[in-house]
Design a protein. Structure first.
Length: 231
């Protein structure tokens, strides 16, 4: 009789700072959109934090530079213009790069029969624009996005439900794993009951991710994942 398989069923990856660096393409796309529509080249970095969802970024920046909340129609237009420019800024970014070890890790996980999904504050369209340049879209058949909820815990739960539909088996939180580079990723995972690997690959170092209570912390994906994180 075969022993039960207690390995993780699915691994959910953040995008920016975890899988790729866009070299500022996201911020530039917002700036171009605000400049076209309002003549204000808004800098999202002045008004928002790393790890926030795209809708939150757009609203908080709008309120800061315009001094009021956006109306529904103009916010829809702002999001459309931002996505329009994101194609351009990602394509033109000189400093766009895939982080070390990412493609080898994803290939190995899929070959081993793991399910891989996305969990990100990006709008769904923005997520796939960013991944397309590196050819990474092919790994991810499900995910939770900033266009689903501004609550990172709910984004995580939505990703699990979608993965369950795609693969025909329930992805329970205890059998899954989130991988992200910010305290927002850690908090969102834990709020949904999912353990988290903190990856100190961009804006936050190992000590900061450990302080945020990441279950495991690694410097990059170059040496793979902690064995105990996959069990």
């Amino acid at each position: 009789m075969n022993a039960p398989d207690h390995r993780r069923l699915a691994l959910l990856f953040d995008i920016d700072g975890t899988l790729i660096i866009t070299g500022g393409a996201g911020a530039r796309s917002w700036r171009l959109a605000f400049d076209e529509l309002y003549g204000i080249p808004a800098d999202i970095g002045k008004f928002t934090d790393t790890g926030m969802t795209d809708p939150d970024v757009g609203r908080k920046t709008f309120e800061a530079v315009m001094g009021r909340k956006p109306e529904r129609q103009e916010f829809a237009r702002l999001l459309e213009r931002r996505l329009h420019y994101l194609h351009q800024t990602v394509s033109e970014s000189e400093h766009y790069r895939v982080l070390p070890g990412v493609e080898a890790l994803l290939t190995g996980l899929v070959d081993d029969g793991c399910l891989v999904g996305l969990i990100t504050g990006n709008l769904e369209a923005a997520a796939h624009i960013k991944l397309h340049r590196a050819g990474l879209n092919r790994f991810f058949s499900f995910g939770g996005y900033g266009s689903d909820s501004n609550d990172r815990a709910e984004v995580t739960r939505i990703a699990l439900r979608r993965g369950s539909v795609v693969y025909g088996e329930e992805l329970t939180p205890d059998r899954c794993l989130v991988l992200g580079d910010t305290p927002h990723d850690v908090a969102g995972a834990h709020a949904a009951g999912v353990p988290c690997v903190g990856v100190a690959s961009h804006n936050f170092n190992s000590a900061q991710l450990a302080e945020a209570k990441a279950d495991w912390v690694i410097e990059s994906f170059e040496d793979g994942l902690p064995k105990e994180a996959l069990e």
